[in-house]
Design a protein around this ligand. Structure first.
Ligand SMILES: [Zn+2]
Length: 481
């Protein structure tokens, strides 16, 4: 029997000492992803891909509830399409990959490998939309996109990544704005309730908005090193793309008009936030709702192995209908070794069942985070386990939320931020801002941060953190991934 005490756990660097090494180590050891032979690209392994599938299932439900259907558009875009919207091309040109040859011959027009799909989708919308009766049109697609990044990190920044991009068309400006905000709320709810990641929500400054959007809303998570991570964006595109791609509809007053558009996206990047926020020195830790495996059953083989296995399999059958369950029946490892391995893989709940438990008709349950083992009756455990999983989910959120709340620091001047940084207070710096773009940019430069978002819900009164003029908006700054 192998009994090397949790060697894989010993090899994980301490999270608090070197979060960057810790992060890479838990991803590789947890078999979530690996480096590809092509620099900057990432292989997502099955255990990691299951997380993505859980995210897809959850969001697809929300997208259907908000009136979207899934479709698919090609990954190649004629280069000229990208240049039709001036800000869009300027924003994306530096990161674009181009195909210039195909089948051994030079192409008459190079093809862009999509960095995002507004242009190709708008070219089709121009063909499909004729009348106000065709609106609203709401399509989402799950796909890969390519952006030629110089420095890359697993999940957080890779040259090719997976995402969903929603693209909608509306009759009025009001309807488009309402939809943009509705999808931001879908993302906030998804981050907080499903991934247990507290986020700030708000609008991006002009300098930080999506290239080609009228304005952009964002959800911003805060990582354990005090850096912000943009985790999802919802753009109000106004009529910019409709005009560039000549999308027009005949309204009920018989006048031809340009519609209003939105787009919104969440990518595999948010898995980086999930891993970084919840894991610890023992490895990965996943909130139950998104965890690939929610429960692992470890049979304890002392005495009558056959009886223990029978009971364990019977239990798994009961739980399978409701939860994602694994059973670890490997002979060659001792229970302690298995416990460590499943903890390292971040499974939120472990159930032990041994001869003594069977005698007492019980099982022993251990949560991945928080204290204490809980004993449950073997016969009808589903309801109680469901309650416990909800409780574990809440523990994950509460722990993250308490970190989040205690890392928002008020700042009324550049010196305030520099002082916070000097004292080791890293996180969001909350400032009052006059609304002038130049102030946001200058303040960011002087504090080595970037403006993350303008609060949608909070209003204040006082002086701008930068110019001292009258200010009413709260603008959050942070260093960011
Ligand atoms: Zn100002």
């Amino acid at each position: 029997m192998k009994n090397k005490e949790n060697d894989f756990v010993k090899e994980i660097p301490h999270k608090a000492e070197n979060i960057s090494e810790w992060y890479t180590s838990v991803i590789l050891k947890g078999k979530l992803a690996d480096y590809s032979p092509v620099r900057g690209c990432m292989v997502i392994r099955p255990y990691g891909y299951e997380i993505w599938e859980n995210i897809q299932n959850y969001l697809n439900k929300k997208f259907r509830e908000t009136g979207h259907k899934n479709g698919y558009f090609p990954m190649f875009i004629p280069q000229s399409f990208l240049t039709k919207e001036a800000e869009h091309v300027e924003g994306f040109a530096p990161q674009v990959a181009l195909v210039t040859k195909g089948g051994g011959e030079d192409l008459t027009e190079p093809l862009v490998v999509r960095p995002t799909s507004e242009s190709i989708i708008c070219s089709m919308y121009a063909k499909w939309i004729k009348s106000y009766r065709d609106l609203p049109l709401k399509i989402n697609q799950w796909c890969n996109v390519v952006r030629w990044e110089k420095t890359t990190r697993l999940f957080l920044r890779s040259m090719e990544f997976l995402w969903q991009e929603g693209h909608t068309v509306h009759r009025t400006a009001k309807e488009a704005e309402e939809h943009t905000e509705r999808m931001l709320e879908v993302y906030r709810e998804f981050a907080e309730n499903f991934l247990a990641l507290p986020v700030l929500t708000g609008r991006k400054t002009e300098g930080e908005k999506f290239a080609g959007a009228d304005h952009t809303y964002t959800i911003e998570a805060l990582m354990p090193d005090g850096q912000a991570l943009q985790s999802g964006t919802s753009h109000n595109l106004g009529q910019h793309f409709a005009k560039a791609f000549d999308i027009k509809f005949l309204d009920d007053d018989n006048v031809e008009k340009y519609p209003y558009q939105t787009s919104f996206g969440v990518s595999t990047r948010i898995m980086g936030a999930l891993i970084m926020m919840h894991g610890d020195d023992r490895g990965l830790a996943f909130p139950p709702k998104v965890a690939p495996t929610q429960i692992v059953i470890v049979p304890i083989f002392y005495g009558n192995k056959e009886l223990v296995m029978d009971k364990a399999i019977e239990l798994k059958k009961k739980l399978d209908e409701h939860f994602r369950v694994e059973i670890d029946d490997r002979d060659e490892y001792k229970p302690g070794w298995k416990f460590n391995e499943w903890e390292m893989k971040g499974v939120p709940m472990r159930i032990e069942i041994g001869p003594k438990d069977i005698e007492k008709n019980q099982i022993t349950v251990s949560p991945r985070i928080g204290e204490g083992k809980i004993v449950l009756p073997l016969d009808n455990p589903v309801e109680k386990i469901d309650e416990l999983l909800n409780d574990i989910q809440k523990r994950f959120f509460d722990r993250a939320k308490s970190y989040f709340d205690s890392h928002i620091f008020d700042a009324s001047s550049v010196d305030d931020v520099l002082n916070h940084q000097k004292e080791g207070r890293k996180g969001f710096y909350k400032t009052l801002w006059c609304g002038d773009e130049a102030c946001a940019e200058k303040f960011g430069d002087l504090t080595s941060t970037t403006p993350r978002c303008i609060s949608k819900t909070e209003q204040g009164e006082g002086k701008c953190c930068c110019c001292g003029k009258e200010a009413h908006s709260y603008l959050y700054f942070a260093r960011a991934y």
